[in-house]
Design a binder for this molecule. Sequence first.
Ligand SMILES: [Zn+2]
Length: 414
Amino acid sequence: MKHILVRRASQVLTLRGSAGPRRGAALRDLGIVEQGAVLIRGDAVVAAGSAREVEALSGARQADEIDARGCVVMPGFVDSHTHLAYGTPRLLDYEMRLAGAAYEEIAAAGGGILSSVRAVRSLPASALEAQVRAALEAMVRHGTTTAEAKSGYGLDEAAEYKTLELYARLDGQPLRIVPTYLGAHVPPPEYRDAPDAYIEWTCAHMLPAVSARKLARFADVYCDAGAFSLAQSRQYLERARAVGLRLKMHAEQFTRTGAALLGVELGAASVDHLDCAGEQELRALAGSQTIATLLPGAVFHLGLTRYPPARALIGAGAAVALATDFNPGTSPTYSMQMALSLACAQMRMTPAEAIAAATINGAHALGCADRLGSLEPGKQADLIVLNVSDYRELPYYFGGNNVRQTMKGGQIVQ
Ligand SMILES: [Zn+2]
């Protein structure tokens, strides 16, 4: 089997460490090797360490070489929260919001989440595929090697299957796509005044079918004003868990609902957003395995000022992850680098914390940290070569693309 040697890196960020999610001081430990190298065999890492040690290994002598002179080499980003398939951008929302319109006015003018529902329902699968492929290509160029992808702009049987089947078809081309059934995003138009009946329908019909057909690993619910209540969220998540899906939640984004505590109680893999989380939520998350996934892109794009309390979460001992929340309404960015810059500038995370939150803890939020998120022997060779020589430059040079090369499973894909 072919060996590849990535040589002469100014820094290799191995992210090696203990098996669990990174918290506290461990979140700042990137396992940096100065003047490092990575040896890869097939799709897996053989060794990541000092050039002297790695280049002395027998496989290194015959290896194909990638010259990473002067570059940082690190694991590919794990973007653990995206709404990948949405059809068309929401430019009406954008302009109206910039002009000062409220959410209700935008919805009344035909914008909002339900406009994405109309788009996804009406577009042929080929057009939806073209939109998703373009987004995946942009993600790869910007260093993402694994992305979670939610449904939830279909909200009826045909359009939810159209979305989830698309994710299954595009998985591995070249990104790993981890699919999530966001059946409880908002009540669809035909259930506008009957959200309970909609939850009944997803619980009786969609959740078991999606699980049986292995179209999703996770189920997600948007628990907030204008979406679903805490009681409805509990009903949906308990059913999802009973049919074998792992759980995620949109929690404490615009209002404090108790969603994060429910997520912890039910053993959710992650609770996401947390802009309005308070003391009780911090303590509960710190004492749990549930990942606190922060999505600063949404706060930025909406022009808001209340970012999630990253420092308090890290200080309390919660395991924090960062993701893009790529979606057409509130966070139209596929750039994990942008999420890192926002995390540092707006939430006062250190560059090292932000990198660990965007790689190894993202992998924990998707339940695949045994294979992804760090450069350690036996793990998948998902790595990026950066056009910078010190990892702190990655969030520092904001708004651009610092990725020179992306490797997925030992193959150069960009
Ligand atoms: Zn979201």
